[in-house]
Design a binder for this molecule. Structure first.
Ligand SMILES: *Cc1c(COP(=O)(O)O)cnc(C)c1O
Length: 374
């Protein structure tokens, strides 16, 4: 067996022990004579997995009792529409901070959803420069740049822009905006690699496939009071109270995805939890940005220092032809997933929890060699 060093942005690398556990339990889960996928979602075998995944999320993240932990399907993209459907009232509005491609998408879906239900959305701040598809994003705003409406239903922020490599609160000078209304945060590529104080947020959500499992599951952590305020004139399947009132078992959940989330989180806890994880992730990012900054004539990170992402490290080489050669030669050394998103080009290195420090070290050494040879 030969596994590669996987730097994919999402779906992304999963911890080997979580995959091995799935392999070992595949044909005969909990001595039941079948795989976990073949179990009823109402049976005790699956229910134990479901409950354990929720309990692990609660303990790793320190979720307070007045918050729900929900599993939702449809990807983080579905939440882009589902959140305004629940929380923007008729005649009301919500505010959006736009710092890259994902917040643009969240805004655009929210516009459509709110308009359909008699509400609206506003941009409280955008850091984009340039026009249309070419818009460039290289920073998070300072708190004072965000003009949040105290009447808004919530303020939406994308904590880490997976495509542009821009992340909030890596440096103390770029905290999440202080809003007079609930903060709603897309944490898809920023989830469970460091401690956060859940009380600062009204709602946070994350697609599992970046950092905690396979695609098909979204985790939503939401204040119970917000769930209760949610609109009741939208289809039941989109109301957040539906999973909240049914332990995310209203209809059939993505059972295998949740099972994999359980495996990943149980690995994370065994490793020492979020404190340990943050230490490792900061070290990995330091190694990579170090290799970039030591070769300023060759590598260039477009993102301002205070906003550089620790999860998705983006950079350019002198020419596109060099970038193509870089990706190709890295692949020959067993390092894959380095091509930047098709909309922005360049190189992107995703360094989520499952990406081992040794891989990052190998890549940084390769970068240094590559720059030296030119
Ligand atoms: C990947 C990603 C999404 C979209 O996730 P899907 O599960 O494909 O809908 C949304 N927001 C961010 C920040 C992402 O990285």
């Amino acid at each position: 067996m030969s596994r590669v060093m996987n730097f994919n942005a999402g779906p992304a690398a999963l911890p080997l022990p979580a995959l091995e556990r799935a392999r070992d339990e595949m044909l005969d889960f909990a001595k039941s004579g079948m795989s976990v996928m073949e179990h009823s979602h109402r049976g005790k075998e699956y229910e134990a997995v479901h409950d354990e995944a929720i309990a692990l999320l609660r303990s790793l993240l320190g979720v307070p009792d007045d918050y729900e932990v929900l599993f939702v399907q449809g990807g983080a993209s579905q939440l882009f529409a589902q959140i305004p459907m629940n929380l923007v009232q008729k005649g009301g509005s919500a505010d959006y901070v736009v710092t890259g491609a994902w917040s643009e998408k969240a805004l655009s879906e929210a516009k459509a959803a709110a308009a359909m239900l008699g509400g609206g959305v506003k941009v409280a701040c955008s850091t984009g420069t340039g026009d249309g598809k070419e818009k460039s994003y290289v920073r998070c705003p300072l708190p004072a740049e965000v003009k949040a409406d105290p009447q808004a239903a919530y303020l939406h922020v994308t904590s880490n822009e997976t495509i542009h490599g821009v992340q909030f609160e890596v440096e103390p000078s770029r905290p999440f905006p202080a809003a007079p209304v609930p903060l709603v945060v897309d944490m898809s590529s920023d989830f469970l690699w460091r401690k956060v104080d859940v009380r600062r947020f009204g709602l946070l959500y994350a697609g599992a496939q970046k950092n905690i499992g396979p695609s098909g599951v979204v985790v939503v952590v939401v204040q119970k009071a917000l769930v209760e305020k949610g609109r009741k004139d939208i289809p039941k399947i989109f109301q957040l109270r539906t999973p909240a009132e049914n332990k995310s078992l209203y209809n059939t959940p993505p059972t295998f995805g949740i099972y994999m989330v359980r495996n990943v989180l149980s690995w994370l806890q065994g490793l020492g939890g979020l404190g340990k994880m943050e230490e490792m992730n900061r070290q990995k990012a330091r190694r990579l940005y170090g290799a970039i900054d030591k070769n300023p004539g060759y590598f260039r990170c477009p993102v301002e220092k205070e906003s550089r992402s620790l999860m998705n490290v983006v950079f350019r080489l002198p020419a596109e032809a060099d970038e193509e050669r870089f990706v190709k030669e890295a692949k020959a050394k067993g390092m894959v997933g380095l091509k930047g998103h098709r909309s922005v080009g360049g190189i992107r290195v995703s360094t989520y929890n499952a990406v081992l420090p040794e891989w990052v070290d190998a890549l940084a050494s390769f970068m240094e060699d590559f720059a030296r040879k030119g």
